[in-house]
Every structure is written in C-alpha cells, then in structure tokens.
Design a protein around this ligand. Structure first.
Ligand SMILES: Cc1ncc(COP(=O)(O)O)c(C=O)c1O
Ligand SMILES: C[C@@H](O)[C@H](N)C(=O)O
Length: 342
C-alpha cells in the first residue's frame, strides 16, 4: 500500500483505451495529427480562451521550457523556496533559460504571500547592469505542501508581478487536484487571474506520461516549437501524448480522477489526525498530507509495509492518487491506531 507519491500510480483505463485507439493505422507525425489538433480545441474550450498547446513528456520539461519562454538568460524567476522548479528539477529551469536565476522566497504552507513577493521585487536592483533582472513569477498549483491558491490569491500575486513587469508561470503538475478542490473554473484560477502559461499536468493523475504547456498569451509561444525541439521533447509520434491528454479532459475525467484522490487524502488526514501525538503540518487541500507522528508509529507503519516519505524527522508525506483504494487508507489508519495504543 504505497502512499509515496501519485507518481507511483498506474494509468487510468480510459487513458490506456485512448492510446490503443490512437494506435490503429497511421497518422502524421511531429504534432500534425488529429489528436493534437483536437487537443488544442478541447483545451481552448476548457479554458474558455484560444490557447496554444505543446504536449511534452514530463512536468520538469513543461516547467523548464515554459520558463525559458518567459525569462531571458539574465532574468530572475521568483518562486517558493519549496518549489519543485527550485528543489527537484536538477537545474533544468536554469539550463533551458540559458542561466536565469531562481529566487526562492519563504511562505507559510508552501504558498507565497503578496507582501513577501512585493518586498522582494521592490528591493530587486532593476536596471543595474551587474544584477539579474526580474522576469517571471512561478506559482505551484496545487503546491508542494498540498495546499492550493484561490483565484483571488493568484490574482493578487499576479498583479504584483505585472506591476513589476514580470510574466506569470503556473506549475500545474497537480492542477486537476487544485481545481477539484477549489470548485472553480480552470480559467478563473489561470488567465483570468493573470497567469500567462500553465504546465498542465496529467501524469500524476491517471495519464501514462503526458503534460502540456498551455499558453494563454499565444504571442509568448512564438518560439516555443524550436525550444521544445531543441530540448528533444518534440515527439515524432505526438499522437500518443495528445491522445492521453485528449482523453484526460474528455467528459471531465481529469476532475473525476483528481476528486477521488483528494477525497482519499481527506479521509487519510481525518483518520491520522485523530491519533494521540499526531500533528498535521499543513492544511490538506488537495491530495497530499504532511503529518508528524510518534516514531514508534512511523517505524511500525514502515515495518507493516506501508510506503511513504519521511519528509523530515518525524514528519511524513503521504500522497493519494486517482486509484487509491479506500480500504488501503482505512488499513493505514487502523494500523497507526493500533500502534498508537501500544
Ligand atoms: C509540483 C511538481 N511539479 C513538477 C513535477 C515534475 O514532474 P516530472 O517528475 O514529471 O518531471 C513534480 C513531480 O512530481 C511535482 O511534484
Ligand atoms: C520529486 C518528488 O517530489 C516528486 N515531484 C513527487 O511529488 O513525488
């Protein structure tokens, strides 16, 4: 029973069926296929705006290449200190931007606060030739702490960024979990709130391996095709990425899958939080939970074969997925309760 990450889950049957269907016969390559054409139309409808869509295979590629479209080599990119682009992408954003500097900022529960961003941008040495120049803000939605930004919170941060001439990127590796949690429209929490480009994630939520860079300001995507090709992310059989993504956003599958993951995280958090010595670290607003438990309980859960990250010390990270079984959630809680009872 593995709660290490939503990355450990398999692919949803609807996605696999779409791949099988897309594999019949031949199709034009490098994105000239019908699935890729339809995907752009579907995402334009979903976001209520004509968008430019570029499927890639990983979230890191989506983030790093999207940021390269927003920040020049001499630019700076403001993000949360726990942001995946800062902590877990091995310098890919810095490489693909040609050297832009990430500027990590602290924030409670994995979220940036307007005052923090504003103060950082006020003190940035704009026009000083010896210093990197503020170019982009990157927000993670849902965050690495399992929290979400409301549309108003995104809009407030984007407004500050815009006042200082920055563009706004959203790392949406878990965008579906955020939208399912917020119950808002995808447009309201992206372009209507000032976001210029979204890394639209699907891999963690039922796809086999597919992400899409979605430009709400299509002018910013003018050179992106070259960036993607040069980064070796232009798939010759693009239809197999696009078929996954098309199925993902058809009939609300993406939100159905994310809603289940979020409900399982909520159930897990409610069960564990009731145990003696349990200390939740962040609010549970999507499909991740961070909780401190007594060491004997943690060791007992590990011995019982449950999979999770020891995030730091006695704090665990547990992540649920589109197919997390309620019985597994209840088994973990019951085992922890038994261990707590000594
Ligand atoms: C918040 C966040 N962004 C981006 C990524 C990158 O995705 P990938 O591992 O596919 O490069 C991850 C990976 O799990 C993630 O958790
Ligand atoms: C790298 C690791 O954090 C991965 N992004 C995950 O969420 O599981």
């Amino acid at each position: 029973m593995n709660f290490m990450s939503d990355n450990v889950a398999g692919a949803a049957p609807e996605i696999l069926a779409a791949l099988t269907a897309a594999s019949q016969g031949t199709a034009p390559s490098y994105g000239a296929d019908e699935w890729t054409r339809r995907l752009t139309a579907r995402l334009s409808a979903l976001f209520e705006r004509e968008v430019a869509v570029f499927p890639v295979a990983t979230g890191t590629a989506a983030n790093a290449l999207a940021l390269a479209a927003l920040a020049p080599p001499w630019g700076s990119i403001y993000c949360h200190a726990e942001a995946h682009i800062h902590a877990d992408e091995c310098g890919a954003p810095e490489m693909y931007t040609g050297g832009a500097k990430l500027v990590p900022l602290d924030g409670i529960d994995g979220k940036l606060a307007p005052d923090t961003l504003s103060a950082a941008l006020e003190r940035a040495p704009k026009g000083f030739v010896h210093a990197v120049q503020p170019a982009a803000l990157s927000l993670t939605q849902a965050t690495e702490a399992g929290t979400v930004y409301s549309p108003a919170e995104v809009a407030a941060l984007s407004a500050i960024a815009s006042r200082h001439g920055l563009r706004v990127h959203m790392d949406g590796a878990r965008f579906a979990n955020a939208v399912a949690s917020l119950g808002c429209s995808p447009a309201d929490v992206t372009w209507r709130a000032g976001v210029d480009v979204l890394s639209f994630g699907a891999t963690k939520n039922g796809a086999l391996g597919a992400e899409a860079v979605v430009f709400f300001d299509r002018d910013l995507s003018a050179d992106f095709g070259y960036r993607r090709k040069r980064a070796a992310h232009l798939f010759s059989k693009m239809r197999f990425l696009s078929a996954q993504l098309e199925a993902y956003v058809t009939d609300g599958l993406w939100l159905h899958l994310a809603g289940h993951a979020n409900r399982m995280a909520r159930r897990l958090a409610d069960g564990l939080s009731a145990l003696p010595g349990a200390e939740p670290v962040h609010p549970v607003e999507a499909n991740e939970l961070f909780i401190a438990l007594p060491e004997p309980v943690i060791a007992g859960l590990e011995a019982a074969g449950f999979g999770f990250y020891r995030w730091n010390g006695s704090v665990l990270r547990l992540v649920t997925a589109w197919n997390t079984e309620q019985a597994h959630v209840d088994a973990l809680v019951a085992t922890a309760a038994k261990l707590s009872a000594g």
